[in-house]
Structure formats: C-alpha cells, structure tokens
Design a protein around this ligand. Structure first.
Ligand code: ATP
Length: 364
C-alpha cells in the first residue's frame, strides 16, 4: 500500500464474471465480486468449491478462461503475477529450506534488487512486527509450524503489497495455535489496514476474522455479506446449512392460514409465522437455528423425542426426532433433556427462516 498516505485507492480488487474450467469441471463459474480497500474478505466454502482457483486467478497463477480482474481501477487480467502488486501466502508456506529466516523474508526485496541497507531495515521491521527477531538466523526446519507461518507472512509483508492473498494459512497448525494465530492475523490486519483476501473452508475462521464473507458453492457465489448478515439472514439453504455448528435445522413444511394467522406445519411441527407477506408457495423449507429452539411445552410448537444429548461444557446440544426430521437444540447447560424424553420446543417467529424447496433460495 505505497499510496495509502496520498489517499489514492489501494488494494481495491474487482472480479468480473470470472470463469475457469479444468476439462469438464467448471471450478469458477461467472463470479463477480468487488473487494474494497482494507477489507478482510474471506472466500469460504466446502472442499472443491473453487475458492483456491479463484484466489490463484487473482494472484495471476491461474489464467481465467473468461472474465476480468482489476486492481485499483487497472485491468490486471493479463498482467504477470510479479507485476500485480499482490502478495500470496500459501498453505504450505513455500519457504526456501536452505535459506535462513532473514533471507527468506528478504527474498522478494533481493529479487527486486533493493539495496542492502533497505533490505536490512525492512526485514528488521517486519521481524519486529511478527515477533521473529530472535529467529532470524534459523532455517525453516528449525521452526515450529506457527513460526514458519509467520515467516511466510513476513515474506509477503516486506513487499508492502496492495493486498495480501492467503490460501488456508492456518490449516497446518494445531487447534490451540490456530486460535491464537487467528487473533494475531486480525490484529495485524487492523494495524496494516491493507486488503486481505483469505481462503478457508473453516467457518469459525471466516466468522471471527472477516469483514465480509463470500460463500462459494460449486464454483458459484452463493452470498456475500458481513459475518452477521450471512449467519442471521442466509440467502439459501446451502449457506444456512454450511454456517453454524451444528448448522441450521432445515425441515420440509407447509405454510397455510388458520384464521388470520399463517402457520408452518409438518408432522410434529405447528409453528405460527410472523406476518411474512406473500411467500408465493405453500411448500417451504423451514429453517431454525439450534440456539433458537427452547425446550418447554408450547402449543402450538414442535413436538418430538430426545435421542441424544451432547455436553459441550458451557452448553448442551440435544438431538430430537420431530416427525421424520432430526433437529438439533442448543442452549446453556443443563438443558434439562434426557434421551427418551418426549419434548415440546418453542421458536420465536422472528427466528424462523423460509426457503424455496426448489433451489433453496430464501423466500422472505
Ligand atoms: P480445497 O478446499 O479442497 O482446496 P477449493 O474450494 O479450493 O478446494 P479448488 O482447488 O479451487 O477448490 O478446485 C475447484 C475444482 O477444480 C475442483 O473440482 C478441483 O478438482 C478442480 N481443479 C482445481 N485445480 C485443478 C487443476 N489444476 N486441474 C484439474 N482440476 C483442477
């Protein structure tokens, strides 16, 4: 971000109808996405949805079949990777095993033929930022996974790029280190205020780090929004079923009126709906987050049998059979439910989601 002080846009990425095929597989299918300067944009989706391919296309490592890319208003679709002013951090870290930490970090500057004094100053600065100063003489094999990850980040940082592109950078770390590194990355982003584009299949990483999440499914963009938006108002059953642990309960139901009220009904289910306007169809997929179901005996409500209760420490999750459906209920421990109990469950109308049974798009 060299021009940040001058107020020019830096790190604004525009993806226009990007498409990439590998033989019969369309890895990226007409994706358009605007990433603003300073965003922490997470590309999220299951394995094989095309997120790495899209990131590699932005980096210039994978040419697109059609569509285009812009960086700060400049068309970079055909610009070679090293001239894009973007720095990529790989899952494997891709460090040079025979070079010290110091030389690994300084590598992009030497490749650019920067002066010795400049390189030393910049490497020292980056090492300080990433708390690597004590490790500069070591080789990659003498580092822990977390330290290697920081060196890889350092090598991106010295270039002072317009944006960072990160491909599952935490996936080789154990759970505890992953949590602390998440925190460090957010801190780093807050300090640098440079654009981050970050690929992961881990919804916790996405929810905790992103300013916006772009959810991909089978090469297509399903939804883009803040973590709160995509969690609270998923645009499709795919997004609803991908985010949350356990994810949103999805049940087939029928909407019909009784008196002046609308109800969603199915075996074991009889739920009053908020005034939801005209949903345009009577068959729906009803979505309810596990934390929005409360055990008590409401009429109308949901009725079923508890099959399993999981103790998560602070919370419990009960899995209940409601008609033909299996439903997760989540709440503070103790929920007061045991396997074999018959149970009544209440849900507030404002926490119900309705999706089309054909295509799964959100109805209201
Ligand atoms: P993961 O989380 O498993 O890395 P992803 O969402 O990043 O998955 P991509 O790696 O982008 O997915 O792959 C998208 C699709 O394109 C997959 O079906 C994959 O098999 C295919 N694909 C990716 N790269 C190639 C390639 N070089 N040659 C052939 N097919 C490829």
């Amino acid at each position: 971000g060299q021009d940040r002080s001058k107020g020019c846009p830096v790190g604004e990425i525009r993806i226009r109808a990007a498409t990439k095929r590998f033989g019969a597989v369309t890895a990226v299918d007409g994706v358009s996405l605007d990433i603003a300067d300073g965003e922490f944009l997470v590309l999220l989706g299951p394995s094989g949805c095309g997120k790495s391919t899209l990131l590699r296309a932005v980096a210039g490592l994978t040419p697109l079949d059609s569509g285009g890319l812009e960086l700060d208003g400049r068309d970079i679709t055909h610009v070679p990777p090293r001239d894009r002013d973007l720095a990529m951090v790989f899952q494997s870290y891709a460090l040079y095993p025979h070079l010290s930490v110091e030389r690994n970090i300084g590598f992009p500057l030497r490749a650019r033929r920067a002066g010795r004094a400049d390189i030393d100053r910049k490497v020292a600065e980056v090492a300080r930022t990433l708390e690597l100063a004590g490790l500069l003489r070591r080789r990659p094999r003498e580092l822990s996974g977390g330290q290697r990850q920081r060196v890889a980040l350092g090598r991106a940082l010295v270039r002072d790029p317009a944006a960072f592109l990160l491909d599952e950078p935490l996936s080789n770390l154990d759970a505890k280190l992953r949590a602390s590194t998440r925190y460090e990355l957010v801190e780093l982003h807050r300090r640098l205020r440079t654009t981050f584009v970050y690929v992961t299949h881990d919804q916790v990483e996405a929810m905790t780090m992103a300013t916006r999440i772009a959810i991909l499914n089978d090469g297509r963009l399903e939804q883009v929004g803040t973590p709160t938006e995509v969690y609270d108002e998923p645009a499709s059953t795919f997004v609803a079923g991908f985010l949350g642990s356990p994810p949103m309960n999805l049940l087939h139901a029928r909407v019909s009126s009784r008196g002046r009220m609308l109800f969603a009904t199915a075996p074991g289910i009889d739920l009053p709906l908020e005034t939801i306007g005209d949903v345009g169809e009577t068959e729906v997929v009803l979505g309810i987050r596990p934390e929005h179901l409360r055990p008590h005996d409401p009429r109308p409500g949901l009725h079923g049998v508890v099959r399993l209760v999981e103790n998560l420490g602070a919370e419990e999750i009960a899995y209940c059979e409601v008609g033909p459906a299996r439903l997760a209920v989540r709440g503070p421990r103790p929920l007061g439910l045991a396997p074999g109990d018959t149970v009544g469950l209440a849900a507030e109308p404002e926490h119900l989601h309705l999706f089309s049974p054909a295509g799964g798009r959100r109805l209201v």
